[in-house]
Ligand binder design. Structure first.
Ligand code: PEP
Length: 252
């Protein structure tokens, strides 16, 4: 990890867990732990808890993220949430293209691309998720799948000096399964993604793009994963739901 250019980011994806009061309590506990951490920290509660959690984390080292967004600012899109609404609620980050959204909610490379553009236009930092399925890995398609997701996801995305991007490599077979990719597998993919980013973003900003690993990260494996040279942080699902457990990861 290049600490000069990329401060590590540990992000917690709370998925469809926690009522407002549960989210507020967990966030409050986490803020206490976060004071002594030397990494950037983000949590992504469900939409219903964003505004309340924003009040807890405001002015602390914990940043707020959302788990999804629509690419339009407003309109007749029942059930959707716009980037304007997310920034208004206090979000700085937004997770885009999580495999659960690709798998269960029809997210495609095209919608991911539209969402990344919308997020950047509203100064939200996209946490752009990519990853292969178990079948794709077994049929040796990992790199072609990732290449396509990256190229399509970043197509025409304008980067300027104010743009920030986070990429999260999340092998689908490692999410919520307890199976973690080996550190060799992680490093190999992260180095590949870094080379794609360097090619795609032919400017110094490429060096500041953080590449997180996600997939059954827990206190027991966080340090080993975080110490790989091309790993700049982690996107954590299940183990982020308890502040005490997440604390052991942010203090890896
Ligand atoms: C995730 O949801 O992004 C994730 C990596 O989940 P888990 O840590 O539970 O595998």
């Amino acid at each position: 990890m290049n600490l000069m250019l990329r401060r590590p980011l540990i992000a917690g994806n709370w998925k469809m867990y926690k009522t407002v009061s549960e989210a507020v309590n967990t966030a409050r506990e986490l803020v206490g732990y976060a004071a002594s951490a030397s990494v950037d920290i983000m949590i992504a509660p469900p939409f219903t808890a964003l505004a309340s959690v924003a009040e807890i984390v405001s002015g602390t080292p914990v940043a707020l993220g959302a788990q999804n967004l629509h690419w339009k600012d407003e309109g007749a899109y029942t059930g959707e949430i716009s980037p304007v609404m997310l920034t208004d609620a206090g979000c700085q980050y937004v997770i885009i293209g999580h495999s659960e959204r690709r798998q269960f909610f029809g997210e495609t490379d095209d919608t991911v691309n539209a969402k990344i553009r919308a997020a950047l236009a509203h100064k939200l930092i996209p946490v752009f998720c990519v990853g292969e399925t178990e079948m794709q890995r077994e049929s040796r398609e990992t790199f072609s799948v990732l290449d396509k997701q990256m190229v399509k996801g970043l197509e025409g995305v304008p980067f300027n000096s104010e743009s920030h991007l986070v990429v999260a490599y999340e092998p689908v077979w490692a999410i919520g399964t307890g199976k973690t990719a080996t550190t060799d597998q992680i490093q190999e993919v992260h180095a590949f993604l870094r080379s794609l980013i360097d090619k795609r973003l032919d400017n110094p900003l490429a060096k500041s793009v953080r590449i997180l690993y996600g997939g059954s990260v827990k206190p027991e494996n966080a340090s080993e994963i975080m110490n790989m040279p091309d790993v700049d942080g982690a996107l954590v699902g299940g183990a982020s739901l308890s502040a005490a457990t997440f604390d052991r990861i942010i203090h890896f």
